[in-house]
Write a protein that binds this ligand. Structure first.
Ligand SMILES: Nc1nc2c(ncn2[C@@H]2O[C@H](COP(=O)(O)OP(=O)(O)OP(=O)(O)O)[C@@H](O)[C@H]2O)c(=O)[nH]1
Ligand SMILES: [Mg+2]
Length: 452
């Protein structure tokens, strides 16, 4: 596949010792030869995959841009599968920008986000699940999230989906035998057996699908909403869990008005912590808006930390509110350093004090246990389905294989039933990206960084 030549700075913009500018495409080596004034890059005189220190010059004026380390990769042995050049320049704002501009002046085009990885996919270097893993790896918010993304980059999901596709193709082959040679002596596999095998394949799909919820949580972080009456210590607890003073804390009820989010890692697992406005009926307009926001977050929460300060009994409305929540709730008794002598926590309540630090470790371990218990127990079973695209298509494939098994059992003609297998196969191929409509590709690569 011949595509135009693209360029981008792969390292984050800003101050740093080194910046990496990447070029890929058929003109990559020619552009690098002009930048360095060294024709050896195009003739093949250069050792590939080795750094060469060269002076880069602006095309036309010959003004020196930088001294840089230039590495050449020849197609197909490169990340994208095309001719590629990586230029390590000095860091900072202007040098890498000038080098990118010089490449553009020499005929390259600025890359779109994810375009390098998209080319790797288009050239068969990665399947689509691996391309997704590249984005996940860069964006991973926790140690465990990184593990999952790495597993997927090693084709953790891709290999299993490819095996399932083989299973489906195998079922179709058995069926064809049956359709073509129903009367043969060494008889084809009976339809009942084929149906049973199909049910087994659908079950295998179910096992992988069952990892989808935790895969998604590990990627996105579990949405953890702090809720409770005004002044119950939500923002203080939020700050304690985040480890810095992010939310404003005062002794005035109604301090927090908008939702504040922070991603925190708890024992290697990712949580998206949300501090919200306290819930009460007699709020002013701005606070009421904040309460509305809080309710929206509560509706989408994976877990709620309900805060009630020491010395205050739970109101009836508060209990009704808790009962109305769809998500699991951890009851937190805050400001425990202020608890009266006879005061005791209720059943299942965890007591904390941000003053003394008491109870924070216990709260963290409760949080991790509640949301990620399944993963903690199955240490070896890495979740393989990590996003909605994969889960949706796998669900389609499973439904089709199940429908196929049922059709055979209902004595629907095999020729007709086989249509379900075709659909299952297509869905599995779409997971791998063997067939992928443009809008699917756009969605996958849209969230990448430029230069990746
Ligand atoms: N002694 C003590 N005071 C605390 C503790 N946690 C919070 N406070 C105090 O309680 C008051 C309210 O705390 P916030 O964290 O602002 O409470 P909030 O629930 O966010 O309040 P709103 O945003 O108004 O809904 C502040 O004066 C805090 O300093 C604690 O563990 N011990
Ligand atoms: Mg607050």
């Amino acid at each position: 596949m011949l595509l135009d030549t693209i360029v981008a700075q792969a390292t984050a913009p800003g101050f740093g010792a080194i910046a990496l500018v990447r070029l890929t495409g058929s003109a990559a080596r020619g552009i690098a030869a002009e930048l360095t004034g060294d024709a050896g890059i195009t003739t093949g005189a250069w050792a590939e995959r080795a750094g060469h220190l060269r002076t880069l010059r602006r095309p036309g004026s010959g003004e020196v841009l930088d001294q840089a380390l230039v590495t050449v990769y020849r197609a197909p042995a490169s990340y994208t599968g095309e001719d590629m050049v990586e230029i390590s320049t000095h860091g900072g704002h202007s040098i890498p920008g000038n080098v990118v501009a010089a490449c553009i002046a020499l005929g390259a085009r600025l890359a779109r986000p994810g375009e390098f990885t998209e080319r790797a996919y288009l050239n068969g270097k990665l399947d689509l699940t691996q391309a997704e893993a590249v984005a996940d790896l860069v964006a991973a918010r926790s140690e465990k999230g990184r593990t999952v993304a790495l597993h997927q980059l090693e084709r953790g999901l891709g290999a299993r989906v490819a095996a399932l596709r083989e299973d489906v193709v195998g079922l179709a082959a058995l069926l064809v035998q049956h359709i073509d040679f129903p009367e043969e002596d060494d008889a084809p596999t009976p339809l009942g057996d084929i149906a049973e095998r199909a049910a087994g394949v659908a079950r295998d799909m179910g096992v992988i699908l069952a990892t989808a919820p935790s895969g998604e949580l590990l990627r996105e972080g579990a949405v953890t909403v702090l809720a409770g009456r005004p002044n119950s210590g939500k923002s203080s607890l939020f700050n304690a869990l985040v480890g810095q003073e992010r939310a404003i804390v005062t002794d005035v009820a109604g301090t927090t008005r908008d939702a504040i989010e922070a991603v925190v890692e708890v024992d290697g697992f990712p949580f998206r912590l949300v501090d919200t406005a306290g819930l009460r009926g007699d709020a002013d307009t701005v606070e009421r808006l904040g309460i509305e926001v809080a309710r929206r977050y509560l509706a989408g929460a994976d877990v709620v930390l309900h805060c009630r300060e020491a010395g205050r009994a739970a109101g009836k409305r508060e209990e009704e509110f808790l009962a109305s929540l769809g998500s699991p709730v951890i009851a937190v008794r805050t400001k425990w350093d202020l608890a009266g002598p006879g005061e005791a926590p209720c059943d299942g309540e965890v007591v904390v004090s941000v003053e003394s630090g008491e109870g924070l470790a216990e709260l963290r371990s409760m949080l991790r246990g509640l949301v990620f218990q399944g993963i903690v127990e199955n240490r070896d079973e890495v979740p393989v389905v990590t996003n909605r695209r994969q889960a949706g298509l796998l669900r389609v494939a499973r439904a089709e294989v199940e429908a196929f098994a049922e059709a055979l059992s209902a004595e629907i003609p095999p020729e007709v039933a086989s249509a379900h297998l075709k659909s299952a196969e297509s869905a599995l191929e779409e997971i791998l990206g063997a067939i992928a409509p443009d809008d699917v590709l756009d969605r996958v690569f849209r969230d990448f960084c430029i230069g990746k």
